[in-house]
Design a protein around this ligand. Structure first.
Ligand SMILES: [Zn+2]
Length: 243
């Protein structure tokens, strides 16, 4: 649970004013919760409105938070939600980065896994320290580093800004998995810390030009791309990637 969110209260108050202009706006309390997945709740109790939002939406763009406010208030008032808001919300909630964050949150809640940076073959703490020294002037703050609980084959790495976590697929912690390749995947995720997603025309852009340019400067970048293709061919799956 986190502190009350005054700027979000304003969005909800605004939704009340627009959906039910004839009635005075109730007192509203909005908090983020580390919910499993993308659950949000809204309740009315003794004339006060309590909103609980999944903390995956903590860094959602303003228009998405606004859409969510309208959807929840409309639900409470048993009104139809304006279609535009449904669309904005759905588009964000089903974007790959949000789905992965939700998936990760669900697993952490469901299984109470203790995360570990130390795999059987590769140690993410050690690789992080080396990459940070070589390519980031030791300036990146260390996130939680962990191997994924399961072998995810398509997504080899993921940076979750909400939980400040980098997850690397357990698939890569293998005897025949070269260390330089694990290092490349981790490097890609570290670039996500250095280059936060930018809002472009209301959408989140994760792999900006600056991000791509820096990624290509990685000495084994070409080899890494070939290895990604190699993995895909071996498994007859669509090309694996770092997200
Ligand atoms: Zn990425």
């Amino acid at each position: 649970m986190s502190a009350v969110q005054p700027q979000l209260n304003a969005l909800f108050a605004d939704a009340f004013r627009q959906l039910e202009p004839q009635r005075p706006t109730p007192a509203i309390e909005v908090r983020f919760y580390p919910y499993a997945g993308l659950n949000h709740t809204i309740r009315l109790r003794s004339g006060r409105v309590y909103v609980r939002l999944s903390d995956i939406f903590r860094d959602a763009p303003p228009n998405v938070q606004r859409a969510l406010a309208f959807i929840l208030v409309a639900k409470l008032l048993r009104r139809r939600t304006p279609q535009m808001h449904e669309r904005v919300y759905r588009e964000y909630a089903t974007s790959p980065h949000v789905l992965r964050a939700a998936d990760l949150a669900r697993r952490q809640h469901g299984r109470k896994l203790i995360s570990s940076a130390r795999g059987t073959y590769h140690n993410l703490d050690r690789l992080f320290a080396r990459l940070n020294r070589r390519y980031f002037d030791n300036e990146l703050e260390k996130p939680t580093l962990t191997w994924s609980p399961r072998r995810t084959r398509r997504i080899l790495g993921h940076h979750d800004p909400v939980h400040n976590t980098i997850v690397i697929s357990k698939t890569l912690d293998a005897a025949d998995g070269p260390e330089w390749f694990v290092e490349y995947i981790l490097y890609h995720e570290m670039l996500h810390i250095k280059h936060p997603a930018r809002l472009v025309n209301g959408r989140r852009l994760y792999h900006t030009k600056a991000f791509r340019a820096e990624e290509e400067r990685y000495p084994l970048y070409r080899e890494a791309q070939e290895w990604l293709n190699h993995i895909a061919r071996e498994r007859r799956t669509p090309r694996a990637r770092a997200a």
